[in-house]
Design a protein around this ligand. Structure first.
Ligand code: FPP
Length: 237
């Protein structure tokens, strides 16, 4: 799963930003931007799969997004629910593995149960893996990993001197994913916003001014082409 032809990324992470600004500029409510954003998710996943990308992680809702007005949070929850009922069913038919990272317990119980069910039902699929980051924050994930490592040490599973990159990686919720090769953020903002902090240490970053609802297959091709032209050295010469 790690050998990719033509310098293609194996794992792409998306920070899907700009739904609100897109809607406002069109004179529409912010909810219209999120709705269009969900349609773009469909297009982008289809194209990523076609291009031979193996893993896509979508930052769909951050741990901080709960602080948005209730009406907007409700709109997003409704969209995720709909996405799980319709789109994920379709992905399942196409044998796509779907998993979730983030604090699923913050969502209504039927939704978190459905997330676990989807993971179980798609666990055996290996060609294409979609990871939905929902109520996700990288610092929260690192804190949980530190607690797990501390507890392993208290249980005498290994010594403090035994903590290494693998131990940290294994304690993160992303332990079964390859590290992301490419992170794409839309909407012109050039920051990481608490997404996959440990995992993206050597990822190539790609920022585009295009708002997420306007992002399309060609924009994804442009990002992949830019990645293919870069010379990743991982600190070496
Ligand atoms: C950022 O735009 C986007 C979000 C907080 C939500 C992302 C959700 C989607 C793309 C739609 C649903 C996704 C799935 C997987 C069904 P923003 O609201 O921060 O935009 P702004 O910065 O212009 O206000």
């Amino acid at each position: 799963m790690t050998e990719q032809p033509q310098n293609l990324p194996v794992h792409i992470g998306f920070i899907m930003d700009g739904n609100g600004r897109w809607a406002t500029e069109q004179g529409l409510p912010r909810s219209a931007g999120h709705k269009k954003g969900a349609e773009v998710v469909r297009t982008v996943l289809e194209h990523a799969k076609k291009r031979g990308i193996k893993v896509v992680t979508l930052f769909a809702f951050s741990a901080e997004n709960w602080k948005r007005p209730k009406s907007e949070v409700d709109t997003l929850i409704k969209l995720f629910r709909q996405y799980m009922d319709e789109d994920i069913r379709e992905l399942q038919k196409q044998k796509v593995r779907v998993t979730f990272i983030g604090d699923r317990e913050k969502f209504p119980a039927d939704m978190s149960a459905r997330m676990t069910e989807i993971e179980r039902e798609t666990a055996a699929y290996t060609d294409f893996h979609v990871v939905l980051a929902l109520s996700y924050g990288a610092r929260d994930d690192l804190i949980a990993a530190i607690k797990k490592i501390a507890s392993d040490i208290l249980d005498r599973k290994y010594l403090i001197s035994g903590i290494d990159e693998t131990k940290v990686r294994d304690a993160l919720s992303t332990h079964d994913l390859p590290y992301p090769d490419l992170i794409i953020r839309t909407s012109g903002e050039q920051r990481i916003s608490n997404f996959l902090l440990w995992e993206m240490a050597y990822a190539e970053l790609y920022f585009t001014p295009i708002y997420w609802p306007d992002f399309n297959e060609h924009d994804l091709d442009d990002a992949i082409d830019a990645y293919s032209r870069r010379n990743r050295r991982f600190g070496k010469l």
